[in-house]
Design a protein around this ligand. Structure first.
Ligand SMILES: [Zn+2]
Length: 407
């Protein structure tokens, strides 16, 4: 590495360590930021010599990155941004901290994918999905798809692993001219892809298939897919997948991780035991026992991920918490994009800064609920046994902090 990059790496690591010591988070943002100030090419220097996989999409990227990193670790040490710092500052810090490793698996914020592809010259880019996220600042879904398409077009050497079930992703990946490995993880959110990004015609769906009614864009045949409790690989072999992470959506994330690992030469039979070791991801899915209640934390940050959380949750008392602080986005009108009806069959409690917004939504949706002011009140309001907690970003952090305080 050039001297400037060495100095920048050292400063970056020191700053991150200082930030951690001061109790100000894991320090990956400040460390990476300083490093990039000293050497704007630091990320490129740190990435060179590593085989890199980048994983991007609106939903599931933190978990898929965690699973893919676990799978690739079968063949060597893997640098990864496991705390979800998914912008170039976070990548820089993660690679600086990891030291020399043969592999890196990085979660990338969808807005930064082009920049990070340019900097890291990845072997594999995995594209998971595109849906609406924070309404008051997110780019239109179709604009993101265009950005991805352009980002890949300049890199014919990259192997693309992409979701066959998402028309926006397929259009972005197909335009690139690369060889694409398609996966089907089972996508239930369709409201952001009614219209073909190529021709503007309606997209029709049926029998797990989709096609544009006005141009040749249609669902490619997936090489990897979820089937029953397992995954069918690109050779047609079925593998039972045992995970500690709940729900059909994580089986889909596992299928994606296996497809990514295969690009590094890791076979499913080698990867699967590593996937089974992942118990929680940055606090998500974590289970905490409190006063005889087994509390499980599920993060839901946008309409698509709320549907996934309902799928993961057991039919047990459920606490919903919604905030609308800066990291959550200030606009809560997305609540009306989520159908809460699946919760009608269980006791529902609500809390959070925007519990009132949630209350109105549930009322309209015909879901009975009870409001609680604190997490403790929720615990006392349910019988011993499982309590599922579904919360959006800062609400999730609040509840985690409260659980950490007592445990
Ligand atoms: Zn079309």
């Amino acid at each position: 590495m050039p001297l400037r990059a060495k100095v920048a790496t050292s400063v970056s690591k020191t700053a991150a360590a200082l930030s951690r010591a001061a109790g100000r988070g894991d320090g990956s943002v400040i460390g990476g930021w300083l490093g990039l100030k000293i050497d704007p090419d630091l990320l490129a220097h740190l990435a060179s010599g590593r085989a890199v996989a980048l994983i991007s999409g609106t939903n599931g990227k933190t978990t898929t990155t965690r699973l893919a990193a676990a799978a690739v670790s079968h063949i060597g040490r893997v640098a990864t941004n496991s705390f979800g710092a998914n912008m170039p500052t976070g990548h820089t810090s993660a690679l600086a901290k990891a030291g020399t490793t043969p592999f890196a698996v990085l979660e990338v914020d969808e807005h930064y994918l082009a920049r990070v592809i340019d900097a890291t010259n990845p072997r594999v880019v995995a594209l998971l999905n595109l849906s609406r996220d924070q309404l008051d600042r997110a780019k239109e879904v179709a604009m993101m798809a265009q950005l991805w398409r352009d980002a890949l077009a300049g890199h014919p050497e990259v192997r693309v692993v992409a979701n066959a079930d998402d028309p926006m992703v397929v259009w972005a990946a197909e335009g690139s001219g690369q060889q694409v490995t398609w996966f089907s993880a089972g996508q239930r959110w369709h409201d952001d892809s009614f219209v073909c990004p190529q021709s503007g015609h309606p997209i029709e769906r049926g029998n797990g298939d989709w096609w544009c009614t006005g141009c040749p864009l249609r669902r490619p045949r997936p090489h990897w897919r979820v089937e029953d409790e397992g995954v069918v690989d690109s050779r047609g072999d079925w593998h039972l997948v045992k995970l500690q992470l709940p729900g059909q959506v994580n089986l889909g994330n596992a299928a994606t991780a296996l497809a990514v690992a295969a690009e590094f030469g890791v076979r499913p039979i080698e990867a699967l035991p590593h996937l089974a070791t992942v118990a929680s991801v940055a606090g998500r899915y974590a289970q905490v026992d409190r006063d005889g209640r087994n509390v499980r934390l599920l993060l839901a940050k946008n309409p698509a991920s709320w549907l996934e959380a309902f799928d993961m949750a057991e039919q047990a008392p459920t606490l919903l918490s919604v905030n609308a602080r800066d990291p959550d986005g200030l606009d809560t009108s997305w609540l009306y994009d989520v159908n809460f009806a699946p919760l009608r069959d269980r006791p529902v409690l609500i809390t959070g800064d925007r519990a009132l917004d949630l209350a109105v939504r549930l009322e309209v949706n015909g879901v009975p609920f009870r409001h609680v002011r604190t997490f403790d009140e929720a615990i006392q309001a349910v019988p011993p046994g499982r309590l599922e907690v579904i919360a959006n970003y800062t609400a999730f952090q609040d509840i985690r902090a409260e659980l950490d305080r007592v445990n």
